[in-house]
Design a protein around this ligand. Structure first.
Ligand code: GAL
Length: 392
C-alpha cells in the first residue's frame, strides 16, 4: 500500500490530515474524528536536544501523544463505554519528569527488554560485560538495555498514513559497543493507529555483528485513568499455561513452571488483586506480579496473548503478538513520590500495569529459552497489537 510521508516543520505546530480519504476531505473520519498527525515542541533533553511531540488521532476515537525521546507514549486517550475518552497511561508533562524519574513510562525498550544476569553473557565464545543498572534483592543485573537504553535517546521520526490508518516510523542506530553490546544495530519501530482502535507496533532491526536483541514497549495502563488509584481491580487473562520462575534477583531460574493451581494462572479471567497477597515465594520475590509468561504461541504468528477489562469504565484491551512471551508487571516499584500529569496529584503504588511482549528475560544466558541472537544478514521482525474496545 502507498504510504504518504508528511514533511514536519521542526519547531512549529502543524496540523495535517495525512489520510487523504474522502471523509477526511470533508473534515470528518469514522466516528466523527479526523485522522491526523500533529507535531509540536515538547521540550529539551538535559544535554540540549530538541524533543517533539506527535499527536496521532485515530478515526475510531483513540488519540496518542508520542515523543521522539524514547518513542514514549505520553498520553493515550481511549473511549469508555459511554464514548468518553480519557488518558489511561502513566507519563509526564515535561522532560524534567522523564529525566528525573526513570520508570520507563510508555518507552520503547532496547537493546534488551528486561534483565540480563550480572550484566554478562557469552556469545560465540566471547564474554561481553554490560554496565549494570539495577539490583533487585541486592543482586546486580543489566535492565532494559542498560544505563542509557533506547528509552533515553531521541529517535528520528517520520509520520505515515495508509488509508485512514495513521502512524509514525521511529528510527535509530545503536553504535557498535553501545551499552556493552556488540554490532551496529539499525532499528525501525513503526506505530500504527487504525480506525478500529488498534495500536499496532512493528519492530525491525539489522546488525553487522551477532548481538542479543529483545525489543518491547513499556506502556503502563490504568483503565480508570492516569492517577486514578491502583490497578488491582482490573481483570486480566493471559493465554499462557507456563511461566518462568525467578530467583530473588528476578532472573529466571531456567525452568518452566505450570501455572495450574497457582496465583499465576490467568488462563481464565482473574482480578489482579484477587490472589496477589497469597503466600507464594514467586510473589514475594516479585513484590507482586513481575514475571514472564510463556505464550501458547509456538509458531511466531500474530496470536492473542492477553486481555484486560475494567468494569466501571467498560474498557477492554486485547494484546496480540508474534513474540513467544509476555512480562506482566503490576507496578510494584511505583510510589506516591512521583508526580502524575494531573496537577496536584501524585501516582501511587501499583498505579499502572505493563504487558510487555518479548522473549524471556536473560535468554542470552539460558540455553533452554528461544534464542534472542540476531546475526548479520538476518532481519529481526516482530509485531504487537494493543486492541482497544469496550464492553457492558
Ligand atoms: C519491568 C520489570 C520490573 C521493573 C519495571 C520498571 O519490565 O519487569 O521489574 O524493573 O520494568 O520499573
Amino acid at each position: 500500500m502507498k504510504k504518504s510521508v508528511i514533511a514536519i516543520a521542526a519547531t512549529s505546530v502543524l496540523a495535517v490530515c495525512v489520510t487523504g480519504c474522502m471523509c477526511c476531505k470533508k473534515g470528518e473520519g469514522m466516528n466523527g474524528k479526523e485522522a491526523s498527525v500533529v507535531v509540536k515542541p515538547f521540550g529539551k533533553t538535559k544535554d540540549g536536544q530538541l524533543v517533539h511531540q506527535y499527536t496521532l488521532t485515530g478515526a475510531g476515537g483513540v488519540v496518542m501523544d508520542v515523543i521522539d525521546y524514547g518513542g514514549k507514549i505520553v498520553r493515550l486517550y481511549t473511549p469508555d463505554r459511554t464514548g468518553k475518552a480519557i488518558d489511561i497511561t502513566a507519563g509526564f508533562n515535561d522532560m524534567a519528569g522523564y529525566e528525573t524519574f526513570d520508570p520507563y513510562f510508555g518507552s520503547l525498550i532496547g537493546r534488551y527488554g528486561n534483565r540480563i544476569a550480572n550484566g554478562k553473557f557469552t556469545l560465540d565464545s566471547k564474554t561481553y560485560t554490560l554496565p549494570t543498572n539495577n539490583e533487585p534483592g541486592g543482586i546486580p543485573c543489566s535492565l532494559h538495555g542498560g544505563k542509557k537504553g533506547f528509552d533515553a535517546v531521541v529517535w528520528h521520526v517520520e509520520p505515515l498514513a495508509e488509508g485512514e490508518t495513521v502512524g509514525l516510523k521511529l528510527s535509530m542506530t545503536s553504535p557498535d559497543g553501545d551499552q556493552g553490546y556488540p554490532g551496529t544495530l539499525k532499528v525501525d519501530v513503526t506505530y500504527w493507529l487504525t480506525p478500529g482502535n488498534v495500536w499496532r507496533i512493528e519492530y525491525q532491526a539489522t546488525t553487522d555483528k551477532a548481538t542479543p536483541i529483545n525489543l518491547t514497549q513499556h506502556v503502563y495502563f490504568n483503565f480508570k485513568g492516569e492517577a486514578s488509584g491502583d490497578i488491582l481491580d482490573h481483570e486480566l487473562t493471559l493465554f499462557a499455561d507456563k511461566m518462568t520462575p525467578v530467583d530473588k534477583g528476578l532472573i529466571p531460574t531456567g525452568k518452566l513452571a505450570s501455572v495450574k493451581g497457582t496465583p499465576f494462572d490467568f488462563t481464565t479471567p482473574h482480578v489482579i488483586g484477587e490472589r496477589i497477597n497469597t503466600k507464594n515465594e514467586q510473589l514475594e520475590f516479585g513484590g507482586g506480579y513481575d514475571h514472564n509468561w510463556v505464550l501458547d504461541n509456538p509458531n511466531g504468528k500474530l496470536a492473542k496473548a492477553a486481555a484486560l477489562f475494567e468494569k466501571t469504565t467498560g474498557r477492554t484491551m486485547e494484546v496480540w503478538t508474534t513474540e513467544p512471551a509476555i512480562q506482566f508487571y503490576c507496578g510494584n516499584f511505583m510510589t506516591d513520590k512521583v508526580p502524575s500529569k494531573t496537577k496536584g496529584k501524585n501516582l501511587c503504588y501499583r498505579g499502572g500495569l505493563a504487558l510487555e511482549t518479548q522473549h524471556s528475560p536473560d535468554s542470552p544466558n539460558q540455553p533452554n529459552f528461544p534464542s534472542t541472537i540476531l546475526r548479520p544478514g538476518a532481519v529481526y521482525k516482530t509485531t504487537t497489537e494493543y486492541r482497544f474496545g469496550v464492553k457492558e
